[in-house]
Write a new protein. Structure first.
Length: 486
């Protein structure tokens, strides 16, 4: 920290940024620590995101928002260059968050008995969430289902124009939900034609992905997929009424929540109807080496269907005080969000005991994700940060990487899943996702060595987006006590 701050004090706003970088507004500049025409990260450990071993004592040179050199570190004293001495630091690619949100789940008048008033609401977090993502190292994110879609589109525009701080955003359209829903703010599809119209309407307005939800029918899903594919847009899904195999055969591109919500083995599962188990029975009974699992993996791989791991939102299944309490996360929460956080960690004595072993289910989900990758599947990463499951933007993305390592992936594999794999799915792997010459300078500077100690991924100090270095702590300070409020 001493070396980094000492060097940055000399080169803060040294030179104007590259011509193609948008002019940063007064709302953004206070969070910028490095904005120079040329930046050299010296003597830094590079984890390039491809799964290759970490390379020590490297230089990474940034110009015009791009990576122009990656090579062995030497002392650099070029005039007019921002030089950061990063002994003891690691740089990884910017995280590509593939199940992220810009809203929060609010339960009106929630109490310690887990009782609350209806309706369940999802207020927009347009102010706090983008700052938390960027502070946590997320430089590209998919909203993976939006509630205030115009707000998300306008937010993306303002971030891209340099008016507001935040990551690059792949804006997902409104949820493609069936005739019933847990959430009063979601659209309700009534027919395949309705699904086609919704897709066309929002594609015309600039959304770049869609997400099907729990009660959609197969006919509605097929219509939405076909309409989206005609526009070159991909569709993912948090499903229940439609099984994973059915969705793959209908042409879906991605499935959310790992294997926690696949309902194909659920007893009493009816076509186009969400089962009572909502996938827990299938998770319990689908062992990674079973014929059912192998057949599912074969279907998914054959149809090029990615799976998005969202382990943090299920970590509470594991019990034993999980997820761990992190003070920075509590600091980011509004008082009401913090209160709900602690209420939901304590199962009331009046509640019936879970029907299934939560720790076993969580471990089974991790094992299936690892087996899917071993079978040739593309695994993506995102935490589903909605407040439900104790998950907060940015911090949840870091925790997802840690839980992938707990699942059996190496730290280098986990970082690749959270960076390059997302870029591959988005079709942007020529621009982002790894540290390579010619790619965007979307980088995360971390104190320590996450290639050996994955918890170091929490020690984010600087986040470069398009070559501009943002101060993680200043972004966090700006939203302290705000997440869950706005």
């Amino acid at each position: 920290m001493r070396n980094l701050n000492a060097v940055l004090a000399l080169f803060f706003f040294l030179l104007p940024a590259a011509a193609q970088t948008p002019e940063l507004s007064k709302s953004v500049k206070p969070f910028v620590r490095v904005d120079a025409a040329k930046v050299v990260l010296t003597h830094v450990r590079v984890v390039d995101g491809t799964g290759a071993p970490a390379a020590d004592d490297e230089n990474v040179v940034i110009e015009a928002g791009k990576i122009v050199t990656v090579g062995k570190g030497v002392d650099v004293a070029a005039p007019g260059t921002a030089v950061l001495d990063l002994h003891g630091y690691t740089v990884i690619p910017g995280i590509v968050g593939m199940h992220n949100h810009l809203f929060y789940i609010a339960r009106p008048n929630l109490n310690s008995q887990w009782k609350h008033d209806d309706p369940l609401l999802v207020p927009q977090m347009t102010f706090s969430a983008p700052r938390l993502y960027l502070a946590g190292g997320v430089t590209t994110m998919r909203t993976t289902g939006s509630v205030e879609t115009y707000a998300d589109l306008n937010l993306k525009r303002d971030i891209d124009a340099g008016k507001l701080p935040g990551p690059h955003i792949d804006v997902t359209g409104p949820y493609l939900e069936g005739s019933e829903s847990y959430f009063i703010q979601m659209p309700h599809l009534t027919s395949p034609e309705d699904a086609r119209q919704l897709v066309d309407y929002w594609a015309d307005r600039g959304v770049t992905s869609f997400k099907a939800y729990m009660n959609i029918t197969r006919a509605e899903l097929k219509a939405a997929i076909d309409a989206a594919h005609k526009r070159g847009i991909k569709v993912t899904g948090h499903l229940c009424s439609v099984t994973y195999k059915e969705a793959a055969e209908l042409g879906i591109d991605d499935l959310e929540h790992g294997f926690f919500v696949n309902t194909q083995l659920d007893p009493g599962k009816k076509p186009d109807v969400c089962s009572d188990s909502a996938g827990e029975y299938t998770l319990e009974h689908m062992e990674p080496g079973s014929p059912e699992a192998k057949d599912l993996f074969d279907t998914l791989v054959k149809h090029h269907v990615a799976i998005t791991s969202t382990l943090p939102v299920f970590e509470g299944y594991a019990g034993d005080g999980r997820p761990p309490i992190r003070q920075q996360v509590l600091d980011a929460m509004s008082p009401d969000a913090r209160e709900a956080f602690f209420y939901l960690r304590q199962r009331p004595a009046s509640r019936p005991a879970p029907k299934m072993d939560g720790a076993m289910l969580f471990k089974r989900g991790q094992d299936l994700e690892r087996a899917f990758v071993a079978a040739g599947g593309l695994l993506l990463a995102g935490p589903d940060p909605t407040g439900d499951g104790d998950v907060v933007p940015g911090f949840g993305d870091q925790r997802e990487i840690e839980l992938l390592v707990e699942a059996g992936f190496s730290p280098l594999e986990a970082i690749k899943i959270a960076t390059l794999n997302g870029a591959v799915y988005l079709g942007r792997d020529k621009q982002i996702g790894s540290i390579e010459v010619g790619k965007n300078a979307d980088l995360v500077v971390i104190k320590g060595d996450p290639s050996r100690k994955i918890s170091d991924v929490e020690n984010v100090e600087l986040v470069f987006k398009d070559g501009v270095g943002y101060d993680s702590q200043k972004l966090l300070d700006s939203v302290k006590g705000r997440y869950g409020e706005y």
